[in-house]
Unconditional design. Structure first.
Length: 133
């Protein structure tokens, strides 16, 4: 479901009016206004056009992520590292603290990232505790 708060925030951040947004999307202002109040969900093509206007992903607009990942690198305002780049960074960091995982597959990298993401608070807590010893 479209997150109206994000839509409003992005619109205001770009100094756009509801009238301007509606005109760019080819709809009337009243229809656009309903997107910002949970009354109506935009059609997929309109959602994609909104994402393009702000340089964010539809996932960001739909509240599926908190990272406003750009639609493509040419429009990039923020470039999120790929999963493989993240996994390699984690792998290198583990190696630096003496944990050698040897050769692991991309699937294992993904599992490692998922584990770390789900347990990051505990990992940070233990890292801080271990550094204090």
């Amino acid at each position: 479901m479209l997150n109206p708060d994000r839509l409003i925030e992005l619109r205001k951040k770009n100094n756009y009016t509801q009238e301007y947004m509606a005109k760019k999307l080819g709809i009337d202002r009243t229809s656009y206004g309903k997107y910002e109040t949970y009354h109506v969900q935009p059609a997929n093509d309109i959602l994609v056009n909104i994402a393009k206007m702000f340089g964010v992903s539809t996932d960001y607009l739909l509240n599926n992520t908190n990272i406003p990942t750009p639609i493509n690198e040419n429009q990039s305002k923020i470039k999120e590292p790929s999963l493989n780049e993240k996994a390699l960074k984690v792998y290198d960091e583990l190696k630096n603290v003496g944990i050698d995982l040897g050769e692991i597959s991309e699937t294992e990298y993904k599992r490692l990232l998922l584990f770390i993401d789900r347990n990051k608070d505990l990992i940070l807590e233990r890292t801080v505790a271990n550094n204090g010893k």
